[in-house]
Design a protein around this ligand. Structure first.
Ligand code: HAM
Length: 427
């Protein structure tokens, strides 16, 4: 039996990959405008990093990590998300000592979660994310949110909703935690075993339970917004004020808790409300994590970021029927007729490529008609026809595929002539 791809993963083939490249290039360009620099960290890390950052009571850590022991007996985990590794690298490379702060970073790469695969949920998926470390200014929260909204807007998405919440600082959370414990404790027997253990360790996680989400106590649970202390409330108000100042619409949802433990203050998600997007509507998630750098062994440093998956972004584009402006044509296809011409074409193709043109030729001994068909299929803008007859005259035939216009030119003037077309914007 042939070997198949593992469940929850996908091959991205030519024809589809161009969309990925277009999205990644657009994201890079937007990061350039916001002055975020790329960081690349390993695909695997010590398991402890995720236990300490993502949190031991989260679904990610409890159920979804690809963890294994390496040959040296160390516990290693394929990264389920990017923030922990970026913070580790920030601490390990003492980036907090760089003269320019905040440190503004972005990343793009595969993440791994052992989840039940379904539309929009993969076991390997690509996250694009940013992290800004070293400023507790609410304007940075809005910069990060603007960056992702800009990306969606640039790609053409319209049906997206930004939902924000505040998880407050640790004092606010302690007060809220107590209220949640009092709310759920008397009837905790009606909840799943996960929620029972969450009650003690992290009652806020109960609000994120997929099994018990319809329990009547969920709707009446105390809202974090009623437990924010003055500082946290002022912070949240500033974020909202700045969002309005840059014309970003948003909704406040006190039930938004996020699935990772490192958050405080601002938490946000961006949803697609396009019809046919599917059950999982979250395109992007992020928030502030002011204690995380310290937790990973660095100095007390505030941070905020987000991540989105390219897979869900593509589904949203699909649901909104948006075609990305992808150019897949080539400049030239060299068609040959005759043995000598076929030989000479090898060096012509090479010279054209050296001059910067995208060029292809036949390698399957096809008849001339089939070669033209191949040129058509590749959407070649020009076909260079090289026959033994033309060769005897040291010439080629240059055919513009769009107009059908043809002319014979000397081999020597082929590159200059194509360069001229390029300078006129025809290539
Ligand atoms: P997250 O909410 O776990 O946050 O994931 C962020 C995004 O990754 C989701 O909104 C979704 O687009 C995508 N995603 C998550 N799981 C899957 C999956 N199984 N298949 C496809 N896409 C998926 C984080 O990962 C945080 N590190 C975000 C962050 C950065 N917070 C601060 N900085």
């Amino acid at each position: 039996m042939s070997i198949q791809i593992p469940r929850g993963t996908q091959d991205i083939l030519p024809g589809e990959i161009e969309k990925w490249q277009y999205i990644e290039e657009t994201a890079r360009e937007i990061c350039r405008r916001y002055n975020y620099k790329e960081i690349r960290t390993p695909i695997f890390e010590h398991t402890d990093l995720f236990l300490r950052s993502v949190g031991e009571t989260t679904d990610i850590v409890q159920k979804e990590m690809y963890t294994f022991e390496d040959r040296g007996g160390r516990s290693i985990t394929l990264r389920p998300e990017g923030t922990a590794a970026v913070v580790r690298a920030f601490v390990e490379n003492k980036m907090f000592g760089n003269p320019t702060q905040p440190t503004k970073l972005y990343y793009s790469g595969p993440m791994f979660r052992y989840e039940r695969p379904q539309a929009g949920r993969f076991r390997q998926f690509v996250q694009f994310g940013v992290e800004a470390l070293g400023s507790a200014d609410p304007a940075v929260d809005v910069e990060v949110i603007s960056l992702v909204m800009d990306l969606y807007r640039t790609l053409g998405l319209k049906q997206v909703t930004l939902v924000i919440n505040s998880l407050g600082d640790s004092d606010s959370r302690t007060a809220h935690k107590e209220a949640l414990t009092n709310h759920f404790a008397p009837r905790i027997d009606e909840f799943c075993s996960d929620c029972k253990s969450r009650l003690e360790k992290n009652p806020m996680r109960i609000l994120d339970c997929k099994k018990d989400r319809n329990h009547e106590l969920m709707d009446t649970a105390p809202s974090i917004l009623d437990y924010l202390n003055d500082e946290s409330r002022t912070y949240f108000e500033k974020v909202q004020q700045y969002l309005k100042a840059v014309n970003i619409d948003f909704e406040v949802d006190p039930g938004l808790v996020r699935g990772l433990d490192y958050y405080n203050h601002t938490a946000f998600e961006i949803m697609s409300n396009a019809e046919g997007f599917g059950a999982i509507t979250t395109l992007c998630g992020g928030g502030r994590y002011n204690g995380l750098v310290e937790e990973i062994g660095g100095p007390n440093t505030p941070g905020i970021g987000f991540a989105l998956s390219i897979e869900r972004l593509l589904s949203a584009l699909n649901a909104e029927n948006i075609k990305l402006p992808i150019q897949s044509s080539i400049d030239c296809y060299v068609v040959t007729l005759g043995e000598k011409a076929t030989e000479v074409s090898v060096s012509i193709v090479s010279e054209l490529r050296n001059a910067g043109f995208s060029v292809d030729k036949d390698y399957q001994d096809k008849k001339m008609k089939a070669q033209f068909k191949a040129a058509d299929r590749l959407q070649a803008k020009y076909v260079v026809v090289l026959g033994d007859d033309e060769l005897a005259r040291n010439a080629v035939n240059l055919k513009a595929m769009e107009t059908g216009e043809q002319l014979e030119i000397s081999i020597d003037s082929l590159i200059p002539s194509l360069l001229e077309k390029r300078s006129r914007g025809e290539l």
